[in-house]
Design a protein around this ligand. Structure first.
Ligand code: IPE
Ligand code: IPE
Ligand code: MG
Length: 242
């Protein structure tokens, strides 16, 4: 990490891993081969985050809108994810990586779900890098869920509407105290040249720095990752102050 300031490594980096389909097209292979190459890229970024001392890494693996894709692609993506966590489970444990899922994954195929739960259970106590996989994740969906649970407390008479705080809303999100317990990301990276959020971390990204890379996700290397972090380090974060 030659050019990086070791004292200003973000504690939480979030990545919108985009461009697998275009990579596949470029290489004349099926879309799923693009997703497979994407998983390999993801693995390297997990390892590298750990090396750099990042404390929380969140990757956008599947959105609440991605169900619009063909069933073949959707089930293929879940299978690949599970292949990854299964194959690398031992290594994740050896590296003390704690895996969490952001999103309701109850509807993924049974075998995938079981493998995922095995990973979550066996890395639960790990104290190294926390690796959050956003799966069936949507920013609006999680805000709605948090608000629903707060409304339940109001209905039960435990809470007055005017006592609802921003903190309570944040606590009920997948990244909140009740679940992954990750701080807001300082840095959100999106690959493939697209410059939009696509429903990712809407609440948590209020003051995040955004870095967009033109590289398609399967081609995203630790070196490119460091370039994005260097770009972040060159930014002046003001949080509304002067
Ligand atoms: C990102 O790659 C992975 C997922 C959304 C699951 P895409 O599949 O969106 O790739 P492009 O955008 O079609 O190139
Ligand atoms: C965002 O990418 C979701 C993930 C990377 C999982 P999409 O490819 O689904 O987003 P849009 O459709 O281009 O906005
Ligand atoms: Mg895309």
């Amino acid at each position: 990490m030659s050019e990086l300031n070791k004292d200003r490594i973000p504690k939480h980096i979030a990545i919108i891993m985009d461009g697998n389909g275009r990579w596949a097209k470029q290489h004349g292979v099926p879309r799923l081969a693009g997703h497979r190459a994407g998983m390999e890229a993801m693995k390297k970024i997990v390892d590298h985050s750990d090396k750099l001392g990042v404390e929380h890494l969140t990757v956008y693996a599947f959105s609440t809108e991605n169900w619009k894709r063909s069933m073949e692609e959707v089930s293929g993506i879940f299978k690949l994810l599970v292949t990854f966590v299964n194959r690398d489970l031992k290594e994740l444990i050896d590296n003390n990586v704690c895996v969490k899922v952001l999103g309701d994954y109850s509807m993924i195929p049974a075998d995938s779900k079981e493998a995922l739960e095995r990973t979550l259970a066996s890395t639960k106590a790990d104290t190294g890098l926390q690796f959050n996989i956003a799966l069936n994740y949507g920013g609006r969906d999680e805000i709605r869920r948090s608000v629903e649970s707060i409304a339940g407390r109001v209905k039960a008479g435990e809470l007055q509407p005017e006592d609802i705080t921003e903190e309570m809303i944040g606590d009920g999100l997948w990244t909140g105290k009740e679940h992954a317990n990750s701080p807001d990301p300082e840095l959100i990276i999106r690959t493939s040249g697209e410059e939009r959020l696509s429903n990712f971390l809407l609440w948590q990204g209020a003051y995040s720095e955004f870095v967009f890379s033109d590289v398609l996700w399967p081609d995203f290397t630790p070196q490119e990752y460091e370039k994005c972090i260097a770009e972040y380090q060159s930014r002046d974060r003001r949080f509304g102050g002067r």
